[in-house]
Write a protein that binds this ligand. Sequence first.
Ligand code: TEU
Ligand code: CA
Length: 568
Amino acid sequence: MGTIDKAWWKETVIYQVYIRSFKDSNGDGIGDLPGLISKLDYIQSLGVGLVWLNPIYQSPNDDNGYDISNYEAVLPTFGTIADFNTLLTGLHDRGIKLIMDLVVNHTSDEHMWFVESRKSRDNPYRDYYHWWPAEKGKPPHRHSFFDPGADAWQYDTATDAYYLHYFSKKQPDLNWENPKVRQEIYQMMRFWLDKGIDGFRLDAISYIAKDTNWPEVSEEALKSRYHNDWSYFFSKGPRLHEYLHEMNREVLSHYKDVVTIAETPGVEIHEALPFVHIDRQELSMLYHFEGMRIGYLHGFFKRPDPEGYSLPLFKGLYTDWNDIFAQEGWGTIYLGNHDQPRMLSRWGNDAPEFRNAASKLLMTFLLTMRATPIFYNGDELGMANIKFDNIRHYRDIETLSMYQYLQSQQGDLDQFIRDQQFGARDNSRTPFQWDATPNAGFTTGEPWITINADHVFVNEEAQDADGNSPLNYFRRLTQLRKEHPVLVYGDYKLYDKDHEQVYCYTRTDDISSIVVVLNFSNELVHYPLPEGIVLKQAEPLMNNETSLQLEDNTVVLLPWQALLFAVG
Ligand code: TEU
Ligand code: CA
């Protein structure tokens, strides 16, 4: 084991709360702070140590809170600042830390800065955003993720100029090249840190720095509607590391024990270390998108491609991302969040006969890798994709704008709906399933988005009472990780890298070693344990099934069986 520095945020398990869908307290169909506060004992029972709260700020909700109109106010739909304080105290009293979403690549167009900025060319806030005067002609093309026309430059008549928006036209990009903007952001960060929060998750942070010479992009890039091609381009901004270092110097370094987790679309493996290397004084951790690309057809928008997935590919990718942080820096690991479909549907199997085992297996993977797990709410129950079959059920701007675009192009809308059943963000945004009652115990009113009908058998109440449920398995896993520091800091070693069904690895430190055996398939697999692996005892440390077939160092793995053994 290397001489890695220990830190609380390396040892914790992160629980992501998508507040809009977690628990509604007042019957308006939207989750809120009082609702969340009423579930703090539940969160504590999970054994997690850090909550990442999706945006709760003032927002017109073009993109569910990722379009902020006032950073220092709580959206009334979610509650008040007093509720927020109660939440923070409630978490801290339970030994749980809290990080908030920091969305500073862009604001809402209803933010005061932008309202001013668009008024006149000499407004003091003009340079808070990126403007291109129309007399210079059309600006060089930039892709917008959420614009039906995919054009990131929006013409604004008031000043006869275009403004930049990588996301929707209601999300204008902030001009980080302007030092005043950076100071405003740092001030706002201090506002929340002074309240006692424990850090931030930094939204789309790899996009903040722009090359304001606005170079033309290649013909090929121009044609691409594929998100990833553009995220690579957007993440290569010239002054990105300078800004992150400055943010650390001006803000973060003045607060003890805070953590930062950067969302870094487009950042490639060879670029990752500088963001989190201790000597550089930038960020604590980042989460990458490389794992999320597997299984989609390259060059298309979220088009599933079964050929594009294989277990060896998956293992190779997560092994590479382990290795990059083996000596320095520190990684995170996740298989789902509010921007991805449900991990069970995407990486496991949500068919009735497999779903419990598969969701437990995925939890086992996340909690035994050498990285901080980011766990999305509902995955502890094995919630599945809702797979809407009609556009009218969707609420997400990403799905709706892409649909509109395809309509304008006479594209294949049926194919799109099928693709979205697999990949849409709304799959993971349906309400948390608390019980079997008609609204799943989420709300007494009309939910803002349809609740998954499977809540009659997949819900917290039922799983809490069942010792064998995914929920109780998750609780045992978080406990196990606490009891075995080797699962946090121990070296990771992959075995049988080409095996098509089994993911097998060890975690080892100076005093102990654990082998993890995961059957990522619907079949029974006879798996001889790798040479040199001698089990300390036949009794597993963890088993997601009630039986175990082990003879002469060969395990007969049930479909989606997950096993952990102490190694001698
Ligand atoms: O996501 C950043 C991002 O790059 C997204 O385009 C992401 O790739 C996409 O959702 C995948 O389908 C962050 C937030 O997590 C997301 O919810 C926001 O919509 C986005 O920023 C804009 O703030
Ligand atoms: Ca509510």
